[in-house]
Design a protein around this ligand. Structure first.
Ligand code: BDR
Ligand code: CA
Length: 321
């Protein structure tokens, strides 16, 4: 069984990723770190705890950083104002502050924070751990700054972030990387194996309303809940982007599926990846496909297998009663 740590900003697609990881018998989730991103870290932590309580999975949760390593200390970035989207007088969101269908919980996070957890766990493990960060990389960036030696005990970092042909917060940047570019660069420089699951790959396996019906037909809480998250995203994107948009990428769940079975990634390139740290390129994943082999520092997935993605989601989510 592969031991993994999730790092989440829960978040509609994070929630599907968490369920997939916890319900897959091939993964042992040894801890879940929370981070700011889709909303503030109190809310992302609360959503994570509510979901674990509903699933009856008492995995330890470590609350992490509430803001980026550098960015807001020296603001110099383009603004990223999301324009509110309304339908029939109601404001639509891609991530509601409290995810629909989850009751308040008295489950609590651990006393230890996420950065300390990374350092302690990775320094004291007898087997290497796989990390699956699907939010801004702040917790890991901070941990690597304090304790660069922890990289030796990382089996691999499979992160959702970046995009080469697709961006979602600026003309060239994806949200998780854009939120904390310095942390992302720190992760790339740490020496551990890094695999990007960028927007190019996640959009290649976008889910539509037919897929939502399939998820609901599983007859499980997890299937219903994943369908609700997906429908809300489709409703938002349909209203925000226009009538052509009838599918949505459940980004973070693809990162989990890629850890479970790498063959879901059908086009992966070895490349040198750098993060844009300033100006117009801030948060961009700059991918050099012609890099000298000695400079290759990441695998960058461009496409995935849609049928396999749905099959995997169905297999695991039907177990979440
Ligand atoms: C990423 O940003 C967040 O909004 C999602 O949860 C996902 O991790 C997609 O750009
Ligand atoms: Ca996320």
């Amino acid at each position: 069984m592969r031991k993994v740590i999730l790092d989440v900003d829960t978040g509609s697609d994070d929630a599907v990723a968490i369920m997939t990881a916890l319900l897959c018998p091939d993964l042992e989730v040894v801890g879940i770190c929370t981070v700011w991103g889709n909303m503030n870290v109190d809310l992302t932590t609360d959503n994570t705890l509510r979901l674990l309580d509903r699933l009856g999975k008492p995995v330890p949760v470590y609350k992490g950083c509430g803001t980026a390593m550098v960015k807001y200390l020296a603001p110099r970035c383009a603004s990223n104002d999301y324009k509110p989207v309304f339908k029939d007088g109601k404001e639509l969101k891609i991530h509601y502050d409290h995810l629909e269908g989850l009751e308040p919980t008295d489950w609590k996070e651990e006393d230890m924070d996420a950065v300390s957890f990374y350092v302690n766990k990775l320094r004291n493990t007898d087997e290497k751990l796989t990390l699956i960060p699907v939010g801004p990389l702040t917790n890991l960036g901070e941990a690597l700054s304090i304790a660069p030696d922890i990289a030796e005990n990382i089996e691999e970092i499979v992160l959702m972030g970046g995009g080469e042909d697709i961006a979602n917060v600026t003309p060239c940047a994806e949200a998780n990387i854009w939120h904390d570019p310095e942390a992302a660069q720190k992760v790339l420089d740490c020496g551990a194996k890094v695999t990007f699951i960028p927007l190019d790959a996640t959009h290649s396996v976008a889910l539509d309303l037919e897929d939502c019906k399939t998820l609901r037909s599983l007859g499980s809480f997890a299937g219903d809940f994943a369908a609700t998250m997906t429908e809300q995203r489709i409703e938002y994107e349909h209203a925000a982007i226009g009538p052509g948009k009838i599918s949505t990428a459940i980004h973070d769940a693809l990162a989990v599926c890629a850890v479970i079975d790498r063959s879901i990634l059908t086009d992966v390139e070895e490349a040198h990846v750098e993060i844009g740290l300033d100006g117009y390129n801030e948060g961009e994943t700059i991918v050099d496909h012609a890099a000298d082999p000695a400079d290759i520092n990441a695998s960058f997935a461009k496409k995935a297998d849609k049928k396999m993605f749905m099959d995997m989601l169905c297999r695991y989510l039907k177990e979440g009663k």
